[in-house]
Write a protein of this length. Sequence first.
Length: 309
Amino acid sequence: MPLRPISSGPQGTSGAGCLRIGVVVTTVGRWSALEGLLESVQASSWPDVAVAIANQSGGPPPRSFARLLGAEIVTSTGGASKGRNDAIRLLRGTTDIMAFPNDHSSFQPDTFSRANRYFACPGPPGAITGTLLEPTGPRMVVPRSGAELSRHTVWRAIEPSMFVMSDLAEELGFRESIGTGSPGPWQAGEGTDLLLRIMASGHKVVAAPDVVVVGAGQVRSLTNDEWSLKLRSYARGCGYVLRLHRYGPLGSAFQIVSPWYRLVWSPPGGARMPPRDCLSATVGRLEGRFGRCFGKSERLRLSAPALQK
């Protein structure tokens, strides 16, 4: 099935109960993995999908990539949040809901149809958060199906398994000063920030654990020191979201100490963050919550691919 070329037109024209889906993705040059993502879109049972890609690799895509018809590409710089916003603008007015996978994610054949069920109803949510399924299991465990997320449970959401109403994605966008590859020290939290702003605008964010996006998992190609810096940089972003959205002392403290809670209370056989990583996460979240970096390093100094989630 070829991808639908992007074209202008009123929303909701795909048939009763069949919403038009936009796939927004930023890449730093993982073209082979991105081909797998687009192949999963083409293999989907959903009839109406448009794809917009923000190319932040610094060079053109390979010639072989041209055979994947229907995917529009925009050259972009400035990190994942900026890239997503650039790609969202390509889709403006042509879709009803948007997905934000990583370039090494893939969709299951029924991912889009399951997402559609949550939105194709009276009083739809502003966004849903599904399951990012990695080789080791779900990255985050979201609440039960249909449960409305709160300022506490929204932290279980992650960008690659989010679907957002297109008009909200276009109006609010991702905050470009935070997120992976952004200019500042706050290298994560852009998805949580967007969902919190959607909630603040009066819309619901709903858990959809049956909406599954497949992820490749985090590749540990970094040294231990580099990995600790990466975790600290991500944690700074999460802490900064606590600051932006005025979480009180109790809510902030819960997020700051949660790595240690998981270390102590993880079930037998469960994935546990080593104490060194717990310390990096805690220090980073404290830095973000107070809006300043401790020590000499103000941000992670790694290449763009190393920063990717």
